[in-house]
Design a protein around this ligand. Structure first.
Ligand SMILES: [Zn+2]
Length: 450
């Protein structure tokens, strides 16, 4: 699986993270149903002129612009932001990919592909600039549903008078720009690669000519992924990608996040407001990955509440003490839930059904009043399901016990202050029967196992 990764010129915001959480959810789901996944995510650390990016046609290099703003060189910015990105992944409970290839470290692979495209007549060079010849690739637009003639009409208004392209939709493979701070030698002169070629070259190096899965954000589908297909299939003659997976937009106030005037929170900013990475995961994974995802702090609060419910259920099961035989019905409920849960994931990651299965399961368990032995199995099963979502806090049994005993100690203090010594003694005796002794000290009540 290849994931389009971040462009590391500034900290990624929640809108960007939807794509990374989706990739993570997909990987976890595939692993849950028994696949081995090799996950590669690129780091775009080359500054690119934005002329390829139809949304922003100001022609400025984002990395270079940011470097000037922060009075650092682009390399320093890229390394610092790559580290920030990986820190944020950890905060979001996203396990690392197997490799994070950097574009700047794969220039020879890109040059090799560009040479093949030139030799096949799919690309042309004008004074050191190399372009992909879109007229030689009739399939262009098939993935995004764009038709070449419609795109032509749309692009004609934006044609730069000075451009040396033969067709307005031809895209850059190699660029010459003496002002650019990141430059490499190439057969066409000193310059830097176009953005799209990095993903074609790096996915090929790490995963071969044909990838099983390629993911990206909704903004990557066009033109980035169309360009990747044209380059890769043009170069190898093989199918590039078997399954494309694009998540939907994150929306603020009903607007696409990338165009939003609203607050684009970063992960650390949300943590400062008292949320956790798991709260944000919860908000993202309970929505179907392809659907638009409305975002505001109120919705994040709702997601947090749902998560607390799951946490409490697990903590409750952990502190269940009734001894007794195993209840066969618990085993039946677990087996049925497992089948339904897996079926939901296999149905295009239908996470809302998967969460409904979890809630149904919790209700069934509560009705069955499990014994301590049953509860252990219930907790284990909840952890199994959560291996896909990563939203339940990893409370240990010791934590749960600690919380429960502390609650009883508080209750005992309360009982004594009300001169209800019978209740206070009963709490002490019950705990002693479980092998826990309360010791009153001048600093307060402590407990130890006996
Ligand atoms: Zn990409």
């Amino acid at each position: 699986m290849y994931n389009c990764g971040p462009t590391v010129y500034k900290r990624q915001h929640v809108g960007n993270f939807r794509a990374f959480v989706t990739a993570d959810l997909l990987r976890r789901s595939l692993e849950y149903v028994g696949f081995d996944v090799t996950q590669i995510m690129n780091i775009t650390d080359v500054g690119h002129l934005t002329e390829d990016d139809l949304v922003d046609s100001q022609g400025e290099c984002k990395l270079q612009k940011e470097a000037a703003l922060r009075q650092m060189d682009p390399w320093q910015i890229a390394r610092a932001e790559e580290k920030n990105f990986k820190d944020d992944l950890a905060l979001m409970e996203i396990p690392p990919a197997h490799e994070y290839p950097r574009a700047t470290e794969h220039i020879p692979e890109m040059i090799e592909m560009i040479e093949i495209l030139l030799s096949k007549g799919l690309a042309y060079e004008v004074d050191g600039n190399v372009y992909f010849d879109i007229t030689k690739w009739p399939k262009y637009g098939a993935l995004s549903g764009n038709r070449l003639d419609e795109l032509e009409a749309g692009a004609s208004g934006r044609v730069d008078e000075r451009t040396d392209k033969r067709h307005p939709l031809d895209f850059s493979l190699w660029k010459i720009d003496p002002k650019h701070l990141m430059q490499w030698d190439s057969p066409w002169g000193r310059g830097f690669p176009g953005w799209h070629i990095e993903c074609s070259a790096m996915s090929r190096k790490y995963l071969g000519d044909t990838l099983d899965i390629h993911t990206g954000g909704p903004d990557n589908k066009f033109p980035h992924h169309e360009c990747e297909i044209a380059q890769s299939e043009g170069c190898t003659g093989e199918t590039y990608v078997r399954y494309w997976v694009h998540c939907g937009w994150l929306e603020i106030g009903g607007r696409k996040m990338s165009k939003s005037k609203g607050k684009l929170y970063t992960v650390p900013e949300l943590l400062e407001l008292g949320y956790t990475g798991r709260d944000l995961r919860m908000l993202m994974v309970k929505q179907h990955y392809r659907a638009p995802l409305p975002f505001d702090l109120e919705l994040l609060d709702d997601a947090k509440k749902l998560r607390v419910k799951l946490n409490n259920f697990v903590a409750n099961e952990m502190s269940r003490r009734p001894e007794g035989p195993k209840n066969d019905q618990i085993q039946t409920v677990i087996s049925e839930a497992r089948l339904k849960f897996e079926a939901a994931l296999r149905d295009d990651l239908n996470t809302s059904v998967a969460f409904a299965v979890i809630h149904e399961f919790m209700t069934a368990v509560n009705r069955l009043q499990p014994s301590q032995l049953d509860a252990l199995q219930v907790v284990e099963f909840m952890r199994e399901l959560d291996s896909v979502f990563g939203v339940i806090d990893p409370v240990t049994e010791a934590d749960a016990l600690d919380g429960e005993i502390q609650q009883l100690i508080d209750e005992r203090i309360q009982a004594r202050s009300e001169r209800n010594f019978q209740r206070a003694d009963k709490i002490r005796d019950d705990l002693l029967a479980r092998g826990i002794e309360l010791v009153d000290t001048p600093q307060g009540t402590e407990w130890r196992t006996v």
